[in-house]
Design a protein around this ligand. Structure first.
Ligand SMILES: [Ca+2]
Ligand SMILES: [Ca+2]
Ligand SMILES: [Ca+2]
Length: 482
C-alpha cells in the first residue's frame, strides 16, 4: 500500500507556490508582529507601537520567535502586548519600558536583560503583567505605577525578582500580586515605599533573600502607611507561610512562620521560630511591648529589624546567626531589652541608625548576650567585675555605641541549661541548680535566683534539673548499662 505523506515542509512549499501563482503576499511570512485591530503587520514590536495607525486600546500580537537587537521596547501607547506562547515568544536581552497607563504584557519569556531599563520597567498606572516567564535578568520586574496587577508569572534566576518601588513624586498604591512563582533570585520580592499592596498565593522558593518590606523618603515622610499591606498566609517562603500582621494585639505568631512582619501592633509573641533567607527575617514596625523569644534567625540581610518607632520590646534567648546585619535598630527605637541571645558570625552584629538607648543585659549575674569574635579578659567577677575569680562574663562591657552597651557579655554562647555559663551543660550546672534549690514560692521571694530557673516557672526544682539532663553536652553521665 502506498501512503500519502504531507509534511509541513511540503505544505509550506505548496503554499508559497500558490502565493506566487496568485500574486498574493503571505501576510505573516516575514512580519511576525500584528496589530489585531488594524490587521497591519510589522517586523518589530517597536514598529508596531510606533505606527500611526496603532492607537490606544489596540492589541499587538507577537508570533513565537526570539526578539532582540534593541536596547528596549518603548511602550508609550495604551496597548496590550500579547505573545503567541510564553515559552516560545522570547524577548532576549531587551527591556520593556512602559510609560503609558493601562498597558498589558502577557505570554512572553523575557530574559538576559542586564541593565536599566529593566526586563519590565513600568512607570505607568494600571499596568498588567500576566503569564510571563522572566528569567536571568538583573531586575526582572520594576513597578512604579499604582493599581498594577502582577499575576501568574514565573520570575527566576535574577539578581532582583520583583521590585515594587514608590515614585518620589507621587504615592504608589494598590499593587496586586497573585499566583506568581518567584524562585532562585538573589532577592525575591521587594516592597519599598509603596502603599496598600495585596499579595495572594505567591510562592517564594530558594531565593537567597526572599522578601522585604521597607519605607522610603526623608524622616518626615516615613509613614506608617508604607507598611500597611494585605499579605496573607497563602504566600509562602520555602514552603512556610508568611505572617504579615497589621494592627494586632495579644497574639502569638504560629511556629511554622517563614517570614514575620508585625506592624503597628502590641503584645505580640514570637516564640520558637526558625527564620532564614529573607531580606529581614523578623520585621517589627511601629510595634511595642512585644517579645521575640527562643527564635533562630539566620542567613538574612537583616536578622531582626526593630523598625521605626518600635519600643519596649524584648528579644531574648535567641540565636542570631550568619546575617549581614544581626540586629537593626531603626529610627526612634528605644527601651528595647535584648539579652540572653547569641550573636554569631553576623557581618555586623548590631546596626543602630541613631544612638537611641536600649538595654543589652539583665543585670548581674543574669548577664547580657554572647558576641562571637569579641574577646576580653575574664579574671574578675561581681556586678562591677572587680572581685577576683572568673565568672564566664567578660570583665569589660561590649560597646555598641555611647548609648548601647552590654555590661555583662558572656564568654560562651548562651544556653538556658548552662546556668554557670561555661559553655557546657554538665554536672557543674546540675550542682549549681541543687545549690540554688528553691521549690515553691514565686519569683521575688528571698533567696530565689532566676538564673537557675531554667524553665521560668518561678521555682528551682526537679523540672530544671531535668532540663540540664535534657540539654547535657558534657561527658557521659555514667557507665551505660547493657
Ligand atoms: Ca568576668
Ligand atoms: Ca555549664
Ligand atoms: Ca523552674
Amino acid at each position: 500500500m502506498k501512503k500519502t505523506v504531507t509534511s509541513p515542509i511540503m505544505l509550506m512549499l505548496l503554499m508559497s507556490m500558490l502565493t506566487l501563482a496568485f500574486g498574493v503576499q503571505a501576510a505573516s511570512a516575514n512580519l511576525p508582529v500584528h496589530n489585531k485591530n488594524t490587521g497591519l503587520d510589522y517586523g518589530t514590536i517597536q514598529e508596531a507601537i510606533d505606527a500611526p495607525e496603532t492607537l490606544n486600546g489596540h492589541t499587538i500580537l507577537v508570533d513565537a520567535g526570539t526578539y532582540s537587537g534593541y536596547e528596549y521596547v518603548n511602550v508609550y501607547k495604551r496597548v496590550s502586548l500579547v505573545g503567541e506562547n510564553r515559552k516560545t515568544t522570547v524577548i532576549d536581552g531587551m527591556g520593556i519600558w512602559v510609560t503609558a497607563a493601562n498597558v498589558t504584557i502577557t505570554n512572553f519569556t523575557i530574559r538576559n536583560r542586564g541593565h536599566a531599563p529593566n526586563a519590565i520597567d513600568s512607570m505607568g498606572e494600571n499596568t498588567t503583567i500576566t503569564n510571563n516567564i522572566l528569567t536571568n535578568n538583573d531586575v526582572s520586574l520594576m513597578i512604579h505605577g499604582s493599581n498594577s496587577m502582577i499575576t501568574d508569572n514565573v520570575i527566576a534566576n535574577g539578581s532582583w525578582g520583583v521590585y515594587l518601588q514608590g515614585k518620589s513624586t507621587d504615592v504608589t498604591r494598590n499593587i496586586g500580586m497573585s499566583n506568581n512563582l518567584v524562585a532562585n533570585n538573589t532577592n525575591g520580592i521587594m516592597l519599598e515605599g509603596v502603599h496598600n499592596c495585596r499579595l495572594r498565593n505567591n510562592t517564594l522558593n530558594e531565593n537567597l533573600f526572599s522578601i522585604s518590606v521597607g519605607a522610603t523618603g526623608t524622616v518626615g515622610e516615613w509613614m506608617l502607611s508604607q507598611f500597611i499591606h494585605d499579605v496573607d498566609t497563602s504566600n509562602t517562603v520555602n514552603g512556610k507561610p508568611i505572617y504579615y500582621w497589621v494592627n494586632q494585639h495579644n497574639k502569638q505568631v504560629p511556629e511554622d512562620a517563614g517570614w514575620v512582619v508585625i506592624v503597628n501592633s502590641t503584645d505580640i509573641t514570637m516564640k520558637n521560630l526558625e527564620i532564614t533567607r529573607n531580606y529581614e527575617g523578623i520585621n517589627l514596625q511601629f510595634t511595642k511591648n512585644s517579645i521575640i523569644e527562643d527564635v533562630r534567625v539566620s542567613n538574612c540581610r537583616v536578622g531582626i529589624m526593630v523598625g521605626l518607632y518600635s519600643c519596649d520590646n524584648m528579644i531574648i534567648q535567641s540565636k542570631i546567626e550568619n546575617n549581614d546585619q544581626g540586629l537593626y535598630l531603626d529610627w526612634q527605637t528605644t527601651r528595647n531589652s535584648i539579652h540572653h541571645n547569641s550573636f554569631i558570625n553576623n557581618t555586623k552584629q548590631v546596626y543602630t541608625s541613631r544612638s537611641y538607648p536600649n538595654i543589652w543585659d539583665d543585670g548581674y549575674p543574669s548577664g547580657g548576650n554572647y558576641w562571637s569574635g569579641y574577646t576580653d579578659a575574664d579574671l574578675y567577677s561581681g556586678p562591677s567585675q572587680n572581685q577576683p575569680g572568673s565568672d564566664n562574663i567578660w570583665d569589660h562591657p561590649y560597646v555598641i555605641d555611647s548609648n548601647n552597651q552590654d555590661h555583662y557579655p558572656f564568654v560562651n554562647k548562651w544556653s538556658a541549661a548552662d546556668v554557670n555559663h561555661d559553655g557546657v551543660v554538665d554536672v557543674l550546672d546540675a550542682a549549681a541548680i541543687s545549690a540554688h534549690w528553691h521549690p515553691g514560692p514565686p519569683i521575688g521571694s528571698l533567696g530565689f535566683d532566676s538564673n537557675f530557673d531554667i524553665n521560668g516557672d518561678g521555682s528551682i526544682d526537679v523540672l530544671d534539673a531535668a532540663l540540664v539532663s535534657a540539654y547535657w553536652t558534657g561527658p557521659p553521665k555514667g557507665p551505660s548499662a547493657p
